[in-house]
Design a protein around this ligand. Structure first.
Ligand code: GLN
Length: 302
């Protein structure tokens, strides 16, 4: 944290008093986050207040005249952390993804709304083939918080999953999410690189691999660079290293499969190229909320 940010953080921590109303606290928090130069101060302030108080948006509004009480300390501390660029989800320890609440810790990539494109594309393919009720097997490579596999198993009642990660700490978070969302009995967790040592076959392989080039990482915003685990971001010299490993892994399974991958904003064609070289065919793309192609689907026939 820079010195001015630290001073602003200390000041923020003491700006909230128990007798202050919720409405006033929301205004003060929004102002402090605006002054700190954060990108989305209004939204951050609202999410932090809702999360810390356990209210939804309507409750926060209708109870705006109430005093903060003993929440004042928590809100001051959260304000100081956000001013230090810690993401809202990390402060709250939770993040919504595809309509469900996930536990988030420093060991996992902060789930991004853009990643919902991977779920949408995978579900579209499965539904269009009439496989929603089928006993599908799904592998999730680099599961992190588990958002992809847990969401798909929650949406597909008869599917089973295998989730890998190189980080045992991340797998522990994914397991907690699987338990909290009622799908743990259908998932196996394996600490490994890619699908090394795993035997398929899988009807579907999904992944949101690290895809930022090593060089670009230094230029990322502090909210990302200082808080997301480096190994969840770093895709090697050209950002495509892990896609090549995944292509090799999937070919080694020697089985037909659908593959749905998240890609960086400019990587769709290159990733499709990597898989085409191995004999996979591109069969679909999905855009994120910003209009970038964020997910690609490939099919391996044998
Ligand atoms: N699968 C997790 C996600 O989509 C983690 C991805 C990662 O760590 N690169 O958020």
């Amino acid at each position: 944290m820079t010195m001015p940010a630290q001073r602003a953080g200390n000041e923020a921590a003491s700006s909230f008093r128990p007798e202050m109303s919720l409405g006033e606290a929301l205004r003060v928090l929004t102002r402090l986050l605006t002054e700190a130069g954060l990108d989305t101060p209004q939204q951050d302030a609202r999410f932090l207040m809702q999360g810390l108080l356990g209210f939804d948006g309507a409750q926060l509004l209708s109870r705006s005249g109430r005093p903060l009480g003993d929440a004042a300390g928590r809100i001051g501390e959260a304000a100081a952390r956000r001013i230090g660029h810690e993401p809202v989800s990390r402060i709250l320890g939770r993040r919504a993804f595809y309509g469900r609440d996930f536990i988030v810790t420093p060991d996992v990539l902060d789930p991004r709304p853009d990643t919902e494109a991977v779920v949408d594309l995978a579900l579209d393919l499965i539904r269009s083939r009439g496989l929603s009720e089928a006993p599908l097997t799904i592998a999730d490579i680099g599961t992190g918080s588990g958002i992809l596999i847990v969401t798909l198993l929650a949406e597909l009642p008869n599917a089973r999953g295998l989730a890998t990660d190189i980080s045992a700490a991340a797998l522990a978070v994914a397991r907690r999410n699987a338990e909290a969302l009622g799908v743990a009995a259908r998932i196996q967790f394996v600490a490994t690189t890619g699908l090394d040592g795993v035997s398929g076959p899988f009807d579907l392989v999904i992944s949101n691999p690290p895809y930022i080039s090593t060089e670009e990482i230094a230029a990322l915003e502090p909210d990302v660079k200082d808080f997301d685990p480096g190994q969840a971001l770093d895709g090697g010299v050209d950002g495509l290293r892990v896609y090549r490993e995944i292509a090799r892994n999937i070919m080694e399974l020697h089985a037909p499969s659908l593959v749905v991958l998240e890609v960086g904003a400019t990587q769709a064609a290159e990733v499709e190229g990597i898989f085409s070289e191995s004999g996979a065919q591109p069969i679909g793309r999905r855009q994120d909320l910003g209009g970038h192609t964020r997910a690609v689907a490939l099919e391996i026939h044998l």
